[in-house]
Design a protein around this ligand. Structure first.
Ligand code: CAO
Length: 415
């Protein structure tokens, strides 16, 4: 069966996490992703957080599946000529170097355009144009400058960053959408274009409900679904909301049986208005169904702490999975707090290809997260990440280099 991006050739200059997430997705959709790395070193994550000596780390292997690896010194004059030939014949160049690195290498947007006007040049940067555009940025910096950290955590504690890599992987997703959109536009215009996904912008996009709340706070001085209401005062910026829901249905994390020893014996419980009567019956508080202090969603807002404490008296006597089963039978939205250990063992995630076991010639078997986006006509087969320079000869031959050319390039240090 064909793949959605069959025939799309991508020159992948990405490293660390944000860019590699993007190109891995495009590879899963069928693009030929040629990862260009520095000879002898490669993507720095190959050796970061290593768990097996001399084997590419899980950090690298889980972000670079389905790609081919070429080593090329793009600062070597012969290496530059190889890169120019590759640019002429590829569709997309993706990079997430520090600002200015492509220009310092001699590959500005203008130069790339003269080589190949159809080329799409896609970049992740920390910031868009403005006072910080020259700054290097990593995941947690992005979470802080995009508004996520100031709105995450509890009111009486410091800002908190999320375990979800919304700065890196989130921006990689945004970039991937920009690339496929530009590829589509090129089918009408014949022209390439620049695609920029700034990490600050990507995080803010994922935090848009908090900018919604800032404007509500500016207008009303209070937000009634926040845990600060009605007992504590609000400042002038959106406060940290603990585990409150970011939407219109109140929610909270509640203890389940075993919470004293198991850090993940909890469930997220949503007190959804349409099932309020079922919640009341389940926890033995039928009188709340008609009590004007509890009967409507707005009447309940000042009592959310008390309501969730009462529901927790029910959940504490069930495991999170027992609670999940009972609540779902009643159509009450909820979700157990799953640990990574539980997720790794989840059979249904393996059945759908969301968790995949891959075999690697040096490290052996490892688990990775497969393609979270399922296309009915473009199935994903997850394959292992490449060894450093594994495909240099193969790829250069495809770009017209003979065995003699490749030997001489190797002798010059270009590859
Ligand atoms: N041949 C020759 N040189 C190469 C090369 C190759 N194949 N591949 C990379 N290089 C060079 C680059 O040209 C650059 O050289 P100069 O500094 O002389 O221009 C150099 O390697 C290092 O690139 P870098 O500055 O991007 O790397 P860094 O480790 O100093 O910074 C990072 C890393 C991530 C902070 C920075 O790349 C960045 O801010 N990127 C944009 C934002 C981003 O994606 N952040 C997410 C990172 S994941 O948390």
């Amino acid at each position: 069966m064909g793949k959605a991006l069959d025939g799309v050739r991508i020159l992948d200059f990405t490293h660390v996490q944000s860019g590699p997430t993007c190109t891995q997705l495009l590879a899963w959709f069928g693009a030929d992703v040629i990862k260009v790395e520095r000879a002898g070193a490669g993507d720095v994550t190959r050796e970061q957080l290593r768990d097996i000596p001399d084997a590419d780390s899980l950090y690298f292997t889980m972000l670079n599946g389905n790609k081919r690896s070429v080593t090329l010194d793009t600062k070597n004059p012969q290496g530059k000529r190889v890169l120019e030939r590759m640019i002429r014949e590829c569709d997309v160049l993706v990079e997430n170097f520090a600002p200015g690195a492509m220009e310092r290498m001699g590959f500005s947007w203008e130069h790339i355009q003269t080589l190949n006007p159809r080329m799409i040049v896609a970049s992740v940067k920390g910031f868009g144009p403005g006072p910080y555009e020259d700054c290097k940025v990593y995941e947690n910096v992005a979470q802080c400058v995009g508004g996520a950290a100031s709105t995450t955590g509890f009111d009486d504690g410091p800002p908190v960053v999320s375990g979800a890599q919304i700065g890196d992987s989130g921006t990689g997703l945004h970039l991937a959408l920009g690339i496929v959109t530009a590829l589509y536009q090129r089918t009408h215009t014949g022209r390439g274009q620049k695609v920029l996904a700034a990490m600050q912008d990507g995080v803010l996009n994922l935090c848009r409900v908090k900018l919604r709340d800032q404007q509500r706070l500016d207008r009303d001085g209070v937000m009634k679904e926040y845990p600060q209401y009605p007992n504590e005062s609000f400042g002038d910026a959106v406060p940290r909301a603990g585990n409150a829901s970011g939407g219109g249905q109140p929610g909270w994390i509640l203890k389940c049986k075993g919470w004293e020893t198991d850090p993940n014996a909890y469930i997220y419980f949503i007190a959804q208005a349409p099932v309020w009567d079922r919640i009341c019956k389940l926890i033995g508080r039928e009188e709340w169904i008609d009590d004007p202090l509890y009967a409507t969603a707005s009447a309940r807002l000042p009592h959310l702490k008390e309501i969730f404490a009462e529901i927790e008296r029910w959940t504490m006597h069930r495991t999170k999975f027992e609670a999940m089963a009972v609540l779902n039978r009643q159509n009450i939205p909820c979700g157990p707090i799953l640990s990574m250990k539980e997720i790794a063992a989840d059979e249904s995630l393996r059945d759908t290809g969301t968790i995949v076991e891959v075999d690697h010639p040096v490290r052996g078997k490892y688990l990775t997260v497969g393609n979270p986006i399922k296309l009915s006509d473009s199935p994903t087969e997850v394959t292992r990440s490449p060894l450093l320079g594994e495909h240099t000869d193969e790829v250069l031959a495809e770009f017209g280099y003979s065995a003699t050319d490749i030997r001489s390039l190797r002798a010059s240090g270009a590859i």
